[in-house]
Design a protein around this ligand. Structure first.
Ligand code: NAD
Length: 474
C-alpha cells in the first residue's frame, strides 16, 4: 500500500496474493488490503496535499505531471512485465498499453496550458461575464484488471493536471502496475497527492463512499457501477462511470474484405477479448456472411496461445478463473440456444502450462439477436456473427442491446455512413476501421455503458474541475 507517498507495511487489513494466470500455481504479488481507517486517513492526507498542489500555477502543474510521466516511462520494462505476470497479456501488448497510457497522459498534461472557457456576452453595461474552473478536490478512482496501466493513468493524469489529489484502488487481480507507478511518483510528486490503496470490493466500496471525496471515477462492470453510483450519491460526489459494452461492427460492403477482417479480429481478440471496446458482434450483410465467417475463423485459428512472456505468444490466458468459467458458461448457453461453433468454443490446453486460464479464440455463427451471446457482455475471445438483410435491420440489431459504448461500420456508401453517424446508439463511432481510440479523443459510452463526463481528451475537464460563473463589473 502506498499511502502518503510512502509504502506502508504491516497496516491492519487482510493480506492477499495475485497469481500468474498462465500458471496459477505461481504467486506474483503479496499485498496488504486497506481497511476503513486507512482509507479515511488516505483521503484526509490527500486533501491536505491537494490544497498546496491546487495553489500552483496551472502550467507548473502540467510541467510536474510531465516529470511524473518521465519517471513512469523510465520504469516501462518493469511495469510492462508486471502487467503480463498478473494480467496475462503478451509482453508486447503490455508495452503498447503503457506507451498509449503515457501518450494520452502527455496530451492531458498539455490541458493545463489550454483555455477551458471564454468571455460570455453580458446583459448589463460595463460587465464582463466569464466562467472559471477550479480543481474539484480529492478524486477516488476504482479500476478493473484488463488494462492495469491505461485505465488508472486515464484518471491519474487529468486529476493531477487539473489540480486534484487522487486515491486509486486498482483491481485486486492486477495491482502491481499501479503500485509501481505510485513508486515512480515518490520523488517527483508531493507526498499524499497520488496514493494507491489495495483490496477488493470492500476497499472499493469504502473508498467510493468516503466523506471528503469530491468525485468518484470508476471503470468496470455495470453491476459494480450501479453500487458505486449509489455510494457516491450518498455524499453527492460527482460521478464518472465507464462500464461494459456489447460492441458491434457492421460489415455492409467493402471493395477488399481482408483489411476489414484484420481490424475486426484485432479488435475482438486483443487482450483475449477482455476489453470494454472489444468487438463481440459482427453484423454482416447476407451476401458476405460466408466470406466474413471464413476470414474470421482463419484469423482465430492463427492465434498462438501461451505465456505472455514468451515472444511467440499472440494471445495470453484470461485473467482469472472466474472469467474463464464465465466465458465457458456463456458460450455453452449460446450453443444451447442454437448458435454453432465455427471454431474454438472450448478451453485450450497449452503444453507446459497446466491449469492456465486459456480459452480458444471462438467464432459463433447462426447467432440470432435475441440469443444471450448476442446481448450480454462476454469479455472473452468470442465473436458472434449475425446476418442481416436490410440496413434498417442492421441498425435495429446494433442498437438492440442495453450497452452503447463503441461501434464500427465498414461501408463505402455515403448514405449509410451518414445514417450510422446519426443512428448508432454508442458513444464512439468508427467508420471503416476497428474500435481503437486516439489519445486526444473523448472516450466513453451512453446507455448502460457510462454515466458522466467522458475521459481522455478535452471532456475530462468537466469531471475534474468545478465551474464558476463570474460577473465582473468595473
Ligand atoms: P468489476 O466491476 O468487477 O471490478 C472493477 C473494480 O471495482 C475492481 O477494482 C473491484 O475491486 C472493484 N469493486 C468490485 N465490487 C465493488 C463494490 N461493490 N464497490 C466498490 N468497488 C468494487 O469489473 P472487472 O471484472 O474488474 O472488469 C470487467 C468489466 O469492466 C467489464 O464489464 C468491462 O466492460 C468493464 N470495463 C469498462 C471499460 C470502459 O471504459 N467502459 C474499460 C475497461 C473495463
Amino acid at each position: 500500500m502506498i499511502a502518503g507517498g510512502n509504502a506502508v507495511a504491516g497496516r491492519a487489513g487482510a493480506d492477499f496474493t495475485t497469481v500468474n494466470p498462465a500458471r496459477p500455481q505461481e504467486i506474483i504479488g503479496r499485498y496488504i488490503a486497506a481497511d476503513a481507517e486507512a482509507i479515511a486517513q488516505a483521503v484526509a492526507t490527500a486533501r491536505t496535499a491537494q490544497r498546496v498542489w491546487a495553489a500552483l500555477p496551472d502550467l507548473e502543474r502540467g510541467r510536474r505531471v510531465r516529470h511524473f510521466l518521465d519517471a513512469v516511462a523510465a520504469r516501462a520494462d518493469e511495469i510492462a512485465r508486471a502487467v503480463t505476470l498478473e494480467q496475462g497479456k503478451p509482453l508486447g501488448e503490455s508495452r503498447n498499453e503503457l506507451a498509449k497510457a503515457i501518450e494520452e497522459a502527455r496530451f492531458m498534461a498539455g490541458e493545463a496550458a489550454r483555455p477551458h472557457s471564454g468571455l460570455i456576452p453580458s446583459a448589463r453595461a460595463g460587465v464582463r461575464n466569464f466562467v472559471t474552473r477550479r480543481p474539484r478536490g480529492v478524486i477516488a478512482a476504482i479500476t478493473p484488471w484488463n488494462f492495469p496501466t491505461l485505465t488508472p493513468m486515464r484518471k491519474i493524469a487529468p486529476a493531477l493536471t487539473f489540480g486534484n489529489a487522487i486515491v486509486l484502488k486498482p483491481s485486486e487481480y492486477t495491482p502491481a502496475a499501479a503500485v509501481l507507478m505510485a513508486a515512480a511518483a515518490r520523488d517527483v510528486l508531493p507526498e499524499g497527492l497520488f496514493q494507491v490503496l489495495l483490496g477488493g470490493a470492500e476497499a472499493g466500496a469504502a473508498l467510493a463512499g468516503q466523506a471528503g471525496v469530491a468525485g468518484v471515477t470508476f471503470t468496470g462492470s455495470v453491476e459494480t457501477g450501479r453500487k458505486i453510483y449509489a455510494l457516491a450519491a450518498a455524499n453527492l460526489a460527482e460521478i464518472s462511470l465507464e462500464l461494459g459494452g456489447k460492441n458491434a461492427a457492421i460489415v455492409n460492403d467493402a471493395a477488399d474484405i481482408d483489411p476489414c477482417l484484420d481490424q475486426i479480429a484485432a479488435a475482438a481478440f486483443l487482450c483475449g477479448g477482455q476489453r470494454c471496446t472489444a468487438i463481440s458482434r459482427v453484423l454482416v450483410r447476407e451476401g458476405l456472411r460466408d466470406a466474413v465467417t471464413a476470414g474470421l475463423v482463419a484469423r482465430a485459428e492463427r492465434a498462438i496461445l501461451g505465456d505472455g512472456l514468451d515472444a511467440r505468444t499472440t494471445m495470453g490466458p484470461l485473467t482469472n478463473a472466474n472469467q474463464l468459467a464465465r466465458v465457458e458458461r456463456m458460450v455453452r448457453r449460446g450453443v444451447s440456444e442454437g448458435a454453432h461453433v465455427a471454431t474454438g468454443g472450448a478451453c485450450a490446453h497449452v503444453p507446459g502450462l497446466d491449469g492456465g486460464y486459456f480459452y480458444r479464440p471462438t467464432v459463433l455463427t447462426g447467432v440470432e439477436p435475441e440469443m444471450s451471446v448476442a446481448r450480454e457482455e462476454i469479455f472473452g475471445p468470442v465473436i458472434s456473427v449475425i446476418a442481416y438483410d436490410t440496413f434498417d435491420r442492421a441498425i435495429a440489431i446494433l442498437n438492440g442491446v442495453e450497452y452503447g459504448l463503441t461501434s464500427a461500420l465498414f461501408s463505402n456508401d455515403n448514405r449509410l455512413i451518414q445514417r450510422f453517424i446519426d443512428e448508432s446508439e454508442n458513444g464512439m463511432l468508427h467508420i471503416n476501421h476497428g474500435t481503437a481510440p486516439d489519445e486526444n479523443m473523448p472516450f466513453g459510452g451512453i446507455k448502460n455503458s457510462g454515466v458522466g463526463a467522458y475521459s481522455v481528451g478535452s471532456s475530462a475537464v468537466t469531471f475534474y474541475t468545478t465551474e464558476h460563473s463570474v460577473y465582473l463589473k468595473s
